[in-house]
Design a protein around this ligand. Structure first.
Ligand SMILES: C[S@@+](CC[C@H](N)C(=O)[O-])C[C@H]1O[C@@H](n2cnc3c(N)ncnc32)[C@H](O)[C@@H]1O
Length: 249
């Protein structure tokens, strides 16, 4: 899996992940007061860690891809951010003692984790009592056909996309890990189609298959995902992200 992320790292540095109302809301919900020690899991090119940095004392930005961590260090340095430390870590086995962090964040990544429940138990373990977890990830559309379509095309473009959960399934997963969900909001996020496709790991034949699949999307998916087509090609679609704030007892 590291290879897939290593080669995508430069794309993530400049992708739509770098900013957005979802990231602004995540930082607001994390409500740092300048004193907290925070952990950002699966930091990618570091956009969440770097946005959080001015609001906390220190952020440890972790990822399983060294190339992503290099992007994080470069971005932090280019912005003059000095309180972000990039460290290798697998989300399933965080190399930190219990009750280390006041805030843990994880944005648009747990749908890639091999085992969701153990990764969330790790979040609960490293949070201090009363500490908060802020999670953002993709959400399946309510309509079953649209949900199936979105999951199929996500998996076809990206072999590391493992799950497309409903809002209720995300909340239940956090609660199973012993985290109490206190806040939930959702966002529509528009994706430029070809740049979304390029961030995956399918070959050109696979990309053509995804392009063709969008061309024959069911009506429910066209509506739920606002699939935009021009001159017979897909140019964009819009999906939902959920933002959850949960607290460790
Ligand atoms: C979509 S990117 C994350 C975007 C980033 N959080 C942001 O806000 O811009 C997904 C990241 O998850 C990382 N990842 C996937 N599985 C992981 C795991 N088991 N442990 C740690 N990182 C993982 C990948 O290396 C990749 O950098």
């Amino acid at each position: 899996m590291a290879d897939r992320w290593d080669s995508a790292a430069p794309l993530y540095a400049t992708s739509e992940h770098r900013a957005g109302t979802d990231l602004d809301a995540l930082i607001e919900v994390a409500s740092g007061s300048g004193t907290e020690v925070a952990l950002d899991i699966a930091t990618g090119a570091g956009h969440t860690a770097i946005a959080l940095a001015p609001h906390v004392a220190r952020v440890i930005a972790t990822d399983r891809s060294e190339a992503m961590l290099a992007q994080t260090r470069e971005l932090a340095s280019s912005r003059g951010v000095t309180n972000v430390e990039a460290r290798w870590a697998d989300a399933h086995e965080l190399p930190f003692p219990a009750a280390t962090f006041d805030i843990v964040t994880c944005r648009i990544a747990p749908h890639h984790f091999d085992d969701l429940d153990p990764s969330l138990r790790e979040v609960a373990r490293v949070l201090k009592p009363g500490g908060r977890y802020v999670l953002e990830d993709s959400v399946a559309p309510d309509d079953a056909d649209a949900a199936r379509f979105l999951h199929e095309v996500e998996v076809a473009r990206d072999s590391t996309h493992l799950r497309t959960l409903t809002a209720g399934q995300w909340v239940a997963a956090l609660e199973r890990a012993g985290l109490s969900v206190e806040h939930s909001e959702s966002f529509r996020k528009r994706r430029g189609f070809e740049s979304w496709l390029a961030r995956g790991d399918c070959d050109e034949a696979g990309a053509d298959a995804v392009r063709a699949r969008f061309g024959t999307a069911p009506a429910a998916a066209i509506e739920a995902l606002e699939i935009e087509r021009q001159d017979g090609t897909t140019v964009a679609f819009t999906d939902d992200k959920i933002l959850l704030l949960a607290r460790r007892a």
